[in-house]
Design a protein around this ligand. Structure first.
Ligand code: MSP
Length: 527
């Protein structure tokens, strides 16, 4: 991408029937890392997230809690979903709620257009409905169980709860008409749906043929009214998908819409079909461009199963951040799991990686280098003299890491980007072990060499601060401060990542200040 290009990234909007768990936080952090990366590179970046507040699931939760759905949603947004963004340090540019007036009115405009253009008709539907998914299900999506409370009933494979048989007269979207255009889209743009496993599944699904989609409900009224028939509300998925365009001015602010759309969309693989099939078909019907990309990431597993609140395996993000800190949370989930695959969460793994990679690997490196500049040069970054092969090697490792990391981010391979950056951590740690600056400091004759070694190490840290800032913003901000880099180079967030490999940016003579442990030792990891 050229600097200044538009980069619009969106997370799914989250149901407010319950509080967030680390699975939700995972998508948020991934989107935030990508957004921060692009923002720091000077792209015209926009990160959207929000909440999905209509539909039967929210209505039932509110009723069970003796309140109205709007009051329930207000409470959950205020007490749980907005605070989540603070807890995990998300720099979102907007937060959309599907109960926002801007959303409701733009949904109305969109629907009316599809109706006027003949893409919506009235019909009858009967099928199995899972309230957990808010979706009609095919038999393939269901299972039967012989024991337990639900013995003999048909259960949703995702939620393990019984489905309901619904028969309704409602409005339909002519989705079947878009089968070939969707297949053409997947073929013409192989990166439209990623990763490959999700792409293949989507293509298989669409090849089997598409049914028209029931897009209204008349058995309850917690939703946006169908503009030409107020006895129906819009089906919650159909309306929720529209948030990605209603938030950027569809129907009301054409200039902003043209500036932002199309979006890169991160979704869990369980909702990839909605985003890679229904959503582009809706956009095609309205003569709008499909998203730039739909990326279906994997699930966080606990005990081998998708972690979920309904199965009582949910872990609150604050359980982790309270002990390990926000940066460790972000780093762990982004580096330990291959983005696009499932990953098992365990406290042991988190704790081990925290200690090995953040505390001993990166944190210790930063503390030692800063401490040595303080001790041997009274806190003033020394001038390097002639480079040896060892310095050239460090410089090459840094330059290569930048190229690889930027390319990996372009593929949304966040974990690969981090491992590329980590080659610098490993290289610098090895460099210091071999060069032994504490030995060089013992004699005047090796003083010149000591300057080269400490400059090289400090300049390597400068590059690391820049490159890791999208992932661990707090620790890198502290490091930037301790390196005294800002007076000559400006703020950390203004350092373009693609330029991070250019050597010798840290000014000789910069004033280094003491650095507290970036990732202190943690005695009792388990809460
Ligand atoms: N409201 C719909 C999305 C509508 S978007 C137009 C929804 N909400 S959700 O709250 O149930 O889920 C939101 C996201 O969280 C999904 O992408 C889902 O995959 C993700 N996750 C829920 N549990 C998860 C894990 N255990 N692991 C990873 N992601 C998980 O679906």
């Amino acid at each position: 991408m050229a600097a200044g290009d538009s980069f619009y990234i969106a997370t799914p909007i989250f149901y407010v029937n319950d509080v967030p768990h680390i699975g939700h936080a995972y998508t948020e952090v991934a989107a935030d890392v990508l957004a921060r990366w692009h923002r720091q590179n000077g792209d015209d970046t926009w990160l959207l997230t929000g909440t999905d507040e209509h539909g039967q699931k929210i209505l039932r939760t509110a009723v069970a809690n003796d309140t109205t759905p709007k009051a329930w949603a207000d409470k959950l947004v205020k007490d749980a979903w907005l605070p989540l963004l603070e807890t995990i340090n998300i720099q979102n540019d907007d937060f959309i709620r599907t109960t926002d007036e801007r959303h409701e009115s733009a949904v109305t405009i969109f629907l009316q257009k599809l109706h006027d253009d003949g893409f919506i008709y009235s019909g009858e539907y009967e099928g199995y409905y899972c309230v957990g998914c808010e979706e009609y299900k095919q038999l393939d999506d269901l299972m039967e169980t012989a024991d337990g409370d639900y013995a003999g009933q048909l259960l949703c494979k995702i939620h393990s709860i019984p489905v309901e048989v619904l028969k309704e007269r409602n409005y339909f979207f002519r989705m079947s008409e878009f089968q070939q255009r969707l297949l053409d889209l997947y073929e013409a743009r192989p990166h439209f749906v990623q990763p490959e496993s999700v792409r293949n599944e989507i293509i298989q699904f669409v090849k089997q043929g598409l049914d028209d989609l029931s897009i209204s409900r008349s058995s309850f009224d917690w939703g946006i009214k169908i503009p030409w028939d107020d006895t129906h509300v819009v089906y919650v998925w159909f309306e929720a998908l529209l948030n990605y365009i209603t938030a950027i001015g569809y129907g009301t602010d054409d200039a902003n819409f043209a500036r932002r759309w199309p979006a890169t969309q991160l979704v869990g693989k369980d909702i990839a079909r909605g985003h890679a099939v229904i959503w582009p078909a809706m956009l095609m019907a309205a003569d709008l461009e499909p998203p730039k990309q739909v990326f279906g990431h994997g699930w966080l597993l606990v005990g081998g199963e998708k972690m979920s609140k309904s199965k009582l395996t949910g872990i609150a993000p604050s359980q982790i951040t309270d002990t390990f800190g926000v940066d460790a949370f972000r780093y762990y989930f982004m580096s330990a799991i291959h983005f696009g695959q499932d990953g098992s969460f365990s406290w042991e793994d988190l704790s081990a990686r925290y200690q090995a990679e953040l505390a001993n690997g990166f944190g210790n490196l930063a503390s030692r280098v800063v401490a040595m500049v303080n001790r041997y040069y009274a806190g003033v970054v020394p001038a390097p003299s002639d480079d040896t092969e060892a310095e050239t090697r460090v410089q090459n490792v840094v330059a290569l890491a930048v190229t690889h990391a930027d390319a990996a981010i372009g593929r949304l391979a966040i974990d690969e980007a981090i491992s590329s950056i980590w080659t610098i951590v490993d290289e610098l740690n090895g460099y210091i072990t071999v060069q032994e600056p504490w030995v060089l400091a013992k004699s005047d004759e090796t003083r010149v060499r000591l300057g080269t070694v400490l400059y090289t190490a400090a300049e390597g840290l400068r590059a690391l601060a820049v490159l890791l800032s999208p992932v661990i913003p707090d620790a890198t901000a502290k490091l930037w401060e301790a390196l005294g880099a800002a007076p000559a180079l400006g703020q950390l967030l203004d350092q373009p990542l693609t330029d991070a490999g250019r050597w010798a940016q840290l000014a000789v003579g910069s004033t280094v200040s003491p650095l507290e442990a970036l990732f202190p030792r943690i005695e009792t990891p388990e809460p």
